[in-house]
Structures are given as C-alpha cells and as structure tokens.
Ligand binder design. Structure first.
Ligand SMILES: [Zn+2]
Length: 233
C-alpha cells in the first residue's frame, strides 16, 4: 500500500473518532433537557395532587362552617320558641328548626364524603411524593453521569485532536485538502476497492482504475464518487 494511503487511513480513523465524540458532546444538552423536563413534570404532578387535596379541604371546611351557622340558628330559634306566646310563631320556628336539621344532615353526609376523598388525596400525595423523590434522585444521578461523560469526552477529544494535528502535518498539503473535503462531504474519504467495486459508492470502477489502484504507485480516485481508493482484497 502507498505510504500516503496508510497515513490517510490513520488520519481517517482519528477523524471518525473525533466526529463520533463531537456528536456525543452535541447530544449532551438534549439529554440534559430531557432529564430536566422529566423532573419538572414530576414536580408539576405532585403540585396538582396537593392542590386537589387543598381544594377538598377548603370545600369541607366551608361545609363545616355552614353546619355550624345552621346549628347557631337552631339554638337561636329554640330560644325564640320558648319566648314566644304566639302559637303560629311557635309553629313556624319549629318548622324552621326541622328544615335546618334536615339540611344539616345532608351537608354532613357531603362532609363525610369529602373527608373520605381527603384521606384518599393524602395517601396519593404521600405516594406521589415518594415517586417524585425517586425521579429526582434518578435525574440527579443521570445529570451527574452526563457531566462526567462530557468531561471524559472533552479530554479524549483534545488528545485526539492533538494527535490528528501531528498526523496531518506528515501528509502532503494538497492531498490533505482533498482528503478533508471528501471526509466532510462524503463522510468517508479513503475507501477500499473490493472485487472492482468502490466501497464508498458501491459502484464498479473501470478496469483502468482497478489496474491503477492495484499498482500502488499513485493516488487514485473512484470515477463515480471521487473517493480515494486503496486495494482491499
Ligand atoms: Zn466510489
């Protein structure tokens, strides 16, 4: 194999690794965002559950006050009842008391239902709090992992880029230029020629190209895709 091709293959290997590491770095903010969103969602869910419980408690308290107000009224009616001398008024007050007692019964039934709902809501809060804590711990762990990964990848990238710079210095400037352009545009710059087929574009090359590639004396490009060819088989 041509020494230039050998150099380019090493360079291409480093460039591939550099590209993969850069891709990993690019994904990190997205991964972070996803984790942040997951945590936000969990916290929101917990807040919603707490709000629901609060609403139930407010409603229950309201009913409790209603009942108390009616009991106060009944007490007042009782006093009035024994103060009045009019039979009609006495009867009217008795009716009112009876009506209020009926209403209190209905309200207290609703209050009981709400207390039951309140207990369920409290249990749900406890459960959701536990879930949220678990998610929070998991997210924090994963965020720390990402930070660690970014540090490791950055260090590796720096090392590779330094090595790559040294390797590139040993390659002819024009050839390096061609190589870099092909690598960016075609994702691979140097590919094998196997059974007369370019492994970059998977097209059969001409016999003349095959002979030149196998001759190992010059840089030969695939006439279809332009990639640099080396004898593979
Ligand atoms: Zn090709």
């Amino acid at each position: 194999m041509l020494p230039e091709i050998e150099k380019l293959l090493v360079l291409q290997d480093r460039d591939r690794k550099i590209r993969a590491l850069k891709q990993e770095l690019k994904l990190a903010p997205l991964e972070r965002k996803e984790l942040d969103e997951k945590l936000t969602e969990a916290v929101k869910k917990l807040e919603a559950v707490k709000l629901k419980a609060k609403e139930i408690e407010v409603e229950r308290k309201k009913l409790e006050n209603e009942v108390q107000a009616k009991r106060d009224s009944i007490a007042k009616f009782q006093t009035q009842k024994f103060q009045t001398r009019k039979n009609e008024e006495f009867q009217a007050l008795s009716n009112e008391i009876k009506r209020y007692e009926g209403e209190i019964q209905v309200t207290e039934d609703r209050e009981l239902d709400l207390m039951e709902s309140g207990d369920k809501a409290k249990a749900l809060i406890a459960e959701t709090e536990k879930e949220t804590q678990a998610i929070k711990a998991q997210v924090e762990r994963q965020l720390a992992n990402i930070t660690g990964k970014i540090e490791a990848v950055s260090a590796q990238l720096q090392e590779l880029e330094a090595e790559r710079a040294t390797l590139a210095q040993a390659v002819d400037e024009d050839l390096l230029d061609t190589f870099e352009r092909l690598f960016v545009n075609k994702s691979e710059a140097v590919v094998a020629l196997e059974h007369d087929v370019c492994m970059g574009c998977h097209m059969k090359v001409t016999t003349q190209t095959v002979v030149r590639v196998k001759g190992n004396r010059e840089i030969v490009h695939c006439e279809q895709c332009g990639r640099i060819l080396y004898p593979g088989e």
